[in-house]
Design a protein around this ligand. Structure first.
Ligand code: NCD
Length: 303
């Protein structure tokens, strides 16, 4: 029996079988070959927060499968006039959306909408909470390079505390037996972050964390977030920037990942971002495949 999925809200709600079937379907998707799998379906992209990769890839994914899309953002919609999230969701659903892909600055926003609106909701990032499609595309990318997730050492470095990407990835990868090391300054990696899932550890020493790493995942670090913290921008760079020298501490075949947007010279150097171990472009490409699979599955068109 095919595992049925109504909405994609977070990694925790997915069964292991559902994760595996989304990844298997994503591997079979070909963004260069338009199809009619979702012909006649309407996908609304409700983006309360800015986005380049996620929004564009959901849009291309939907259109490649023959669906139509419409973008709703706070500017130039009734959101600007003060309409609530639920009223906007109802409106978009009543207008005929078959699915709503939603990004919102508040943690839990997608879960809330899913309780009120009858169409499938895809969480494209809710506050500091979850970004499930990113974790799925990251898992797809890792499994393109590594035989299995089981036993991999995955170092996630940067502003883990604010990162929905870190949370979703740690939950997904640890489910498959990967060891996750959250690394960063104590303000960005509080000790409690290790309690997120079994197999997750917290570390404040990047050089130690990188020893034997199979995957190095850098996260965006906003300079503004360092204001008032115990660490300056200069100290952050000195201690946590991913540099070619630091990459040498990881396994020789380690891959380097970043969900974007990359702030060059902050969380990593251009040599690393553009270097031979970097999978950043591949992650972006896998985003389209993965989101094609997610939409096909939620809209009941997956074979
Ligand atoms: C991330 C996000 O918005 O959560 N970007 C993305 O979707 N690829 C990461 C970030 O903004 O730092």
């Amino acid at each position: 029996m095919k595992p049925q999925l109504r909405s994609l809200l977070g990694i925790e709600q997915l069964t292991t079988a559902q994760i595996e079937s989304i990844l298997a379907l994503a591997r079979r998707m070909d963004p260069s070959r338009p199809s009619q799998l979702l012909r006649g379906k309407r996908v609304a992209l409700l983006f309360y927060e800015s986005s380049t990769r996620t929004r564009t890839s959901f849009e291309f994914a939907a259109k490649t499968l023959g669906a139509t899309t419409t973008l709703v953002t706070p500017v130039s919609s009734s959101i600007e006039k003060g309409e609530s999230l639920i009223d906007t969701g109802w409106t978009v659903a009543n207008l005929g959306a078959d699915a709503i892909v939603m990004r919102h600055a508040n943690s839990g926003a997608a879960y809330l909408l899913a309780r009120y609106v009858r169409v499938p909701i895809v969480n494209a990032g809710d506050g500091m909470h979850q970004h499930p499609s990113q974790a799925l595309l990251d898992a797809l990318t890792i499994t393109n390079h590594k035989k299995r997730l089981q036993g991999l050492r995955v170092v996630i470095v940067g502003d883990v505390y604010h990162s929905r990407v870190a949370r979703s990835n740690a939950q997904l990868l640890s489910r498959f037996g990967a060891d996750i090391v959250f690394c960063g300054a104590p303000d960005f990696v509080p000790e409690i972050s290790a309690s997120l899932a079994p197999g997750v550890a917290a570390c404040h020493d990047l050089n130690a964390a990188l020893q034997g790493a199979d995957v190095v995942m850098a996260l965006r670090v906003q300079k503004e977030r360092l204001a008032g913290k115990d660490i300056s921008v200069e100290d952050y760079i000195a201690n946590y920037q991913v540099t070619p020298q630091r990459m040498k501490l990881a396994k020789p075949d380690a891959i380097l990942m970043h969900p974007g947007p990359v702030i060059r010279g902050m969380e990593l150097t251009s040599e690393v971002a553009d270097g031979p171990q970097s999978c950043i472009h591949e992650q972006v490409r896998n985003g389209v495949k993965t989101r094609m699979a997610i939409l096909a599955m939620l809209l009941g068109a997956a074979r």
